[in-house]
Design a protein around this ligand. Sequence first.
Ligand SMILES: O=C[C@H](O)COP(=O)(O)O
Length: 271
Amino acid sequence: MTSKTNGVYDRTPLIAGNWKMNLDHQQAVTLVQKLTWILTDADHDFEKVEVAVFPPFTDLRSVQTLVAGDRLPLVYGAQDVSAEDSGAFTGEVSAQFLSKLGCRYVLVGHSERRTLHGEDDAMANRKLTAALRHGLAPVLCVGEGLDVRQAGRHVEHTVAQLRGALEGLSTEQVTDLVVAYEPVWAIGTGEVAGPDDAQQMCAALRADVASRYGEEAAAGLRLLYGGSVKSSNAASLLREKDVDGVLVGGASLDEAEFASIVRFEHHLLTD
Ligand SMILES: O=C[C@H](O)COP(=O)(O)O
């Protein structure tokens, strides 16, 4: 398989909104409707720049009904998935259920899952495998804490997380993967890694995939940056060669702000 292209970019940029534990199913419907109206009014080309939202589990059925019923051009995913397929796992949600709800993507190993629920790379690996087993596209999240960054070990740390999560995956499974680099110190803090930092890490992750799975897998890999992304800083991040998208938390809860991030090219033109 060759690297993805939509005729404009080597890899289709992905602008992803992780709502975290915000917005109930009614609010979800309102936000998705408004977001689509804004983008459609602005003639946004969803083939050229892909737009995905990650609502809470309880919103997914409503989002599915809306997106399918109105044939909306955006896609959606879940914020987490069980490593198991079915059985006595109270509170867990299986990849099969998410697949049936029309999810394209699922977040795996988000730093809040790692910090709040003790998830490690081995668990990320199991969840990634479960997602792939059921036809979901995992968005693997990696990134270092402030202590690691200050010690200057951020690249080796993040590359090690990537390797741990990809353990046992085939080259085919790695090709087309989405990996989000989210420095933990930049999440919800207003601190943003500079475009140079984002580029340095994304280039290192791509190089590691190239060395282990080949150039083709590395060329298809989409790398996102996440951590206090807003419309005012998205364009400078997305201008970087190895940054193929952004994973947006807080700013994705405001449809106008998120739409403005989706339309980052306008900022590139006017900067
Ligand atoms: O998943 C999104 C990231 O955790 C970033 O969140 P944030 O944009 O609120 O900093």
